[in-house]
Design a protein around this ligand. Structure first.
Ligand code: MN
Length: 241
């Protein structure tokens, strides 16, 4: 429906690719979403309409203010939980991309008190501490969905300056400086969560140290690594070069 592009077509293409990769790698299924801040209008962000991520195309994209009013793009219904994105962009000027997901292997860490922590180098982007946001703390019994800016801002406060926060009984948010950083963090968060459960079943776990996390985070976000991951996963998600 959009006759003029919402932003640089290459960025829109990358957002579509990010949707498809995250679906293909088991982070998103029919639910969950990924967004990017508008590069020329930092008080707006771009995200798909309400649609399964593996089906998203450029024609599905919509543009919103940080408080969730649509300003451009596909006229069909938006994601109910877009307040997650607006509230984090509002609180974190350096954040350029966000994924909200229900990545299945992470769910146990939101409900047991066992902290999600990097057990191998590829998951260093999880950082030294992954906080858990419990919607019931501020809002009591809900459907667990983040549907208001007040709820989104509460989640953003728990996230603080970090890249990742778990959402109790629901999923997580991942915020980063680039779409590639967010995608890499999400893919290895899911794998780490599964591997960490296997390790915990075997015995005491030695986690990455804060120094190791810092050094490997630099390596993972450097172009050599991030382009290698992106190009591999985009091909696996069905995009020819
Ligand atoms: Mn959700």
């Amino acid at each position: 429906m959009a006759s003029t592009p919402l932003a640089d077509p290459a960025l829109l293409r990358d957002l579509v690719i990010a949707n498809r990769i995250l679906a293909r790698e088991g982070v998103l299924d029919a639910f969950g979403h990924v967004s990017v801040r508008h590069p020329e209008r930092p008080d707006q962000y771009i995200i798909s309409r309400s649609c399964g991520p593996e089906l998203v195309t450029e024609d599905d994209l919509q543009c919103f203010t940080l408080t969730g009013e649509q300003v451009a793009g596909n006229p069909q219904p938006p994601y109910a939980e877009r307040a997650i994105h607006g509230a984090i962009y509002e609180a974190r000027p350096e954040v350029q991309a966000i994924c909200h997901n229900h990545s299945p292997s992470t769910i146990p860490y939101g409900v047991t008190g066992v902290p999600l922590r990097p057990i191998y180098h590829m998951a260093a982007l999880l950082g030294t501490e992954v906080p858990i946001w419990d919607i019931a703390d501020d809002f009591g019994d809900t459907d667990l969905l983040v549907k208001t800016m007040e709820q989104g801002r509460s989640l953003a406060r728990t996230l603080g300056p970090r890249r990742v926060a778990l959402m109790r009984g629901h999923g997580s948010v991942v915020a980063g400086r680039t779409l590639r950083e967010v995608v890499i963090c999400c893919v290895y968060m899911e794998q780490n969560a599964r591997l960490q459960a296997q390790a915990l079943a075997l015995g005491e776990v030695r986690y990455l140290s804060p120094g190791e996390i810092a050094r490997m985070s630099e390596a993972l976000t450097a172009p050599l690594s991030s382009e290698r991951a992106w190009s591999t996963w985009r091909r696996r998600a069905g995009f020819a070069d």
